[in-house]
Write a protein that binds this ligand. Sequence first.
Ligand code: IPE
Ligand code: IPE
Ligand code: MG
Length: 258
Amino acid sequence: MTDAIVATSAADSTARTAPKVVPRHVAIIMDGNGRWAKRRFLPRIEGHRNGAKSVRAVVEECRRLGVRHLTLFAFSTENWRRPQDEVGGLMSLFVQHLESELELLLKNDIRLRAMGDTARLPPAVRDMLRRNEERTAGLQGMDLILAVSYGGRDELVQAARKIAAAARDGELDPLAITEESFGRYLYLPDVPDPDLLIRTSDETRISNFLLWQLAYAEIVVSPVLWPDFSRDEFHRCLNVFAGRSRRFGLTQEQVEGE
Ligand code: IPE
Ligand code: IPE
Ligand code: MG
């Protein structure tokens, strides 16, 4: 039942030990930028600016290890309620990095995909997301999924609306709705559920991230603030994941007998 990929030693081209099991899909709640800045008596936006460096390191490392999907929580539906200058600063950073990192995506065979209520984003961010999505559409090395203006409840509500409309129009029998068919109304129906969820900065909340898809994800909390999140800390999280026993509701004996 495990969908994770067993890593080969050949994948380890650095001194870092290759993790025993590489998750197929890693999701990360990148948290702690504000606290990182506060500790340095800097404005919060400096924390976000420095967080971008960690994004690059994790993207490159996931690609190198053979992770198929990496989902990064960049901005939540609740984050719209933050002070206007912080929201504006984050939007500028998104535009800036989407512009500058296109090369990295092309070079590494990475497809960019956005998930969320992107209609709420300023046109400059939307256009840049669309440009990168179009330019990387055929790339198959890895999916980099950016959750922007994303809320798990929001995603479920928009799915419910589409399902209700289809039922109203006689295209869908309510009794024919299954977990599988419901999943097809979510933002990215073809992407498998995350195997591993990492949250940084020692917070132990889901904060409205991927409520449906995280049903059986292994959760690893890192104490490190996102701007300080390094390749080594990422490997530590992967090793914790590799040591977990995933049972999906079965007994340990059943899992071992599989
Ligand atoms: C995460 O860092 C980034 C976003 C939510 C956009 P925070 O900005 O939440 O940092 P803290 O939690 O205040 O330290
Ligand atoms: C979650 O972090 C959202 C992102 C990382 C984009 P928050 O910092 O917004 O979450 P809470 O408010 O601490 O739950
Ligand atoms: Mg936070």
